[in-house]
Each structure stands twice: as structure tokens, then as C-alpha cells.
Write a protein that binds this ligand. Structure first.
Ligand code: NAD
Length: 356
């Protein structure tokens, strides 16, 4: 074995039903005295419940998907105007993303309280959108110092959103198996993440109000993010990034639709990943295991349902081709990518690719 692995410095506190107490303990220990709480309008009540007893200098509720630059700038001005010493984010990936944008330029520490399975809270990746172009990067300043995981906060997440968000997390795990910095440590985290997400999401689908499924899914989402942060973006993330930026497609749904197609392409050429995924899903093959899980979760199937135009397939294939990560297991050309994107657009069964 010969590899390099980065472990990001972060504390997590995992305690269902205890977000308020865990947040209070954390802010007291760290001595934060002027906190800016970031939560979307729709997450406001949740945020007041868990952060209401903290020394809050300002509440900020202007959050938008993909962190538009003007939204980030206004949040930075709010932080400066109130002389805050820490950020607490309560919400999904968009909310965490805004806190990261503020931390990126101010260096303010973040405590994140995630309420979806997006996983942004456990990565050092930031994203900003300016004039319809999404830029991402990595920076140690945006990694939350602490994450408070309270699965009871995800009970209100509608079933459909829970499934797509969970499949977004599953995609972090799968892509980590062949991303540029894939290594045995990421693979171990990803394998356990796939197992926990598979089991957890099935339980959530059958019993959305039950805590055990939610806990498994949240635990799996954390593992997925750690694996992804260390392994980097593989082909799946590159495709979703291009599609999201080009056509304004919704984040979690795009990941949920594209994943089986990338797996169909790469699995035959990546026997170790295939073995890891099939074992984690307890299925005869990775492709069969994911197909069965997706059917049970009623996962979304076609990008055209989310507004991707058919005429954009060729353009997207060209754009993806220029960012294919080094070391992708399956060989790729414009024709293969067009086939893959057409299948994801139409929602047809994954194409068996002739290689491997
Ligand atoms: P989101 O944050 O936009 O949330 C989706 C919707 O769910 C929102 O309306 C939100 O208010 C609502 N919501 C959140 N939690 C809820 C709850 N518990 N109950 C009811 N409603 C709730 O979507 P997301 O999928 O969580 O995050 C997507 C964003 O995160 C994208 O912009 C993506 O790029 C980013 N992301 C970043 C990273 C990273 O490492 N930087 C990783 C994953 C995702």
C-alpha cells in the first residue's frame, strides 16, 4: 500500500434530541459571545428552537441555493456590522454553504447544525455562484469547527427530499471510490457510509417519523462527506456540477438521477469498487443493489423532469469531457458521455457499457 490521506480537523457531536444543549455546551467551551445564526426563512423556527438560548448578536435568514455572490456579500456585511465572533448555521446544504462563504472572507469559525443529508458541514469545499457560473474551491477556513448532528431535526424533512438528499450522500460514497485521491481509508468510510445510508433510507421510506432510520441516514451522510472531502470530485460530481451550472438543475435530484448511470459506466472497470458497493448493499452486484434501493425509495429517474433541455445534451457532454478526472476507471469520449447523459435525461435503464 502507498497512499496519502488527509484527515480534516473537526469535532462532531452526535446526539438526537439534544441540539440545543450540545450547541450551548460547544459555544460555552469555545467562549463565543456574539453569534450570527444563519438559517433560511423555512428553517427559522427550527433555528430559534435550537439556538434561542445562545448569545446571539444577529439572526440572518436570507439564504439561496448555490450561494449567489450578492447573497454572500450581504451576509458578510451583516457579520461585520454586528461584530460577531462565530457563525452558527442551522439548515440544509444551502445554509451551510452561506456560512462557509462568510467564513471564507472573514475567517469566522462555524458551528454547523445540518438538517438534511447533503454533508457540506463535514467538507472544506465552498461554492459561490456569480452571473450563473458556479465556482468551487477548498479552504481550511470554511470547514466547520464543530458539527452538531441531531437526527430529530430531520424528522420534518419530507420523504421525497429525504430520499434525494440521501442519494446525494450515497453518491459522495460511490464517487469517492474512484475519485482522484481515492485511497483505502476513504474506501472504508465510503463502504460503511453506503451500508448505513442503504439501511437508513429504507427505514425512513417505511417510517419517516421514526428516529432510528433518520439516525442511520445522518451517520451515513457524515461518513459520505468525510470520504468525499478526502477523495475529491470523481466523474459523478463533475457531471452534476456541469449540469447544475448549465441548466440550473436542483442539486440533490440531479445527483440521484445521474448516479446509476455513472455506476453502470464505471463499475465494470472498477472491480474493487464494485465489490465494496455490492457488499455494502448486500446485493449480487453494485448495479443491481443500487437499482433495487432506488426502486424501493421511489428515486427520481429523469433529468428532463427537472427542466434539462434535450438540445443541451451534446453541449453538456463536451463540457464534462474537458473536466473528466484523471484515473477515471472507464475510458471516456464524447460519444460515451453523450450516451450516458441521454440515458440520464430520458430516464432509460442504465446502458451496459462495452468495456471493463
Ligand atoms: P437545501 O439546503 O437547499 O435545502 C432544500 C430545502 O429543504 C430548503 O427549502 C430547506 O429550507 C429545506 N429543509 C432543510 N432542512 C429541512 C428540514 N429538516 N425539514 C424541512 N425542510 C428542510 O438543499 P440540500 O440538498 O441540503 O443542499 C444543497 C446545496 O448544498 C447545494 O447548493 C450544494 O452545492 C451544496 N452542497 C455542498 C457540499 C460541499 O461540500 N460544499 C456538499 C453537498 C452539498
Amino acid at each position: 500500500m502507498r497512499f496519502v490521506h488527509d484527515t480534516l480537523p473537526q469535532r462532531i457531536r452526535f446526539a438526537s434530541g439534544e441540539a440545543a444543549a450540545q450547541l450551548a455546551a460547544e459555544t460555552t467551551e469555545r467562549g463565543y459571545a456574539r453569534i450570527m445564526v444563519i438559517a433560511a426563512e423555512s428553517e427559522k423556527d427550527l433555528a430559534r428552537r435550537v439556538a434561542g438560548a445562545l448569545p446571539v448578536a444577529v439572526w440572518h435568514h436570507e439564504v439561496a441555493q448555490h450561494v449567489p455572490a450578492p447573497v454572500a456579500n450581504r451576509a458578510r456585511e451583516t457579520a461585520a456590522g454586528h461584530d460577531v465572533d462565530a457563525l452558527v448555521s442551522v439548515g440544509g446544504g444551502s445554509t451551510t454553504g452561506l456560512a462557509k462563504a462568510v467564513a471564507l472572507t472573514t475567517g469566522l469559525p462555524i458551528i454547523a447544525v445540518p438538517t438534511t443529508y447533503a454533508g457540506s458541514e463535514a467538507t472544506d469545499v465552498w461554492g459561490l455562484t456569480d452571473a450563473n457560473r458556479k465556482t468551487t474551491g477548498t479552504d481550511a477556513r470554511v470547514l466547520p469547527r464543530t458539527v452538531v448532528y441531531d437526527a430529530s431535526l430531520t424528522l420534518t424533512l419530507p420523504v421525497g427530499l429525504s430520499m434525494t438528499s440521501g442519494l446525494n450522500a450515497l453518491a459522495h460514497c460511490v464517487d469517492a471510490l474512484w475519485a482522484p485521491r481515492a485511497n483505502p481509508v476513504n474506501a472504508a468510510l465510503a463502504g460503511e457510509g453506503i451500508r448505513a445510508l442503504g439501511a437508513g433510507l429504507r427505514r425512513v421510506a417505511g417510517d419517516p417519523a421514526g428516529l432510528p432510520g433518520r439516525e442511520q441516514a445522518l451517520y451515513g451522510a457524515y461518513l459520505s462527506a468525510v470520504a468525499f472531502a478526502s477523495a475529491g470530485s470523481g466523474l459523478h460530481h463533475k457531471i452534476c456540477h456541469v449540469l447544475g451550472g448549465m441548466f440550473g438543475l436542483p442539486h440533490a435530484e440531479t445527483h440521484a438521477v445521474v448516479l446509476p448511470h455513472v455506476l453502470a459506466l464505471n463499475a465494470p472497470a472498477a472491480p474493487d469498487a464494485e465489490h465494496r458497493i455490492s457488499a455494502a448493499l448486500n446485493a449480487p452486484s453494485a448495479i443491481a443493489g443500487l437499482a433495487k434501493l432506488r426502486a424501493e425509495l421511489a428515486a427520481p429517474i429523469a433529468l428532463r423532469d427537472y427542466g434539462m433541455p434535450e438540445a443541451g445534451i451534446g453541449r453538456a457532454a463536451e463540457a464534462v469531457l474537458s473536466v473528466v478526472p484523471p484515473g477515471n476507471p472507464a475510458p471516456l469520449d464524447a460519444g460515451t458521455l453523450t450516451t450516458l447523459l441521454r440515458a440520464a435525461w430520458a430516464g432509460t435503464e442504465e446502458i451496459p457499457y462495452a468495456h471493463g
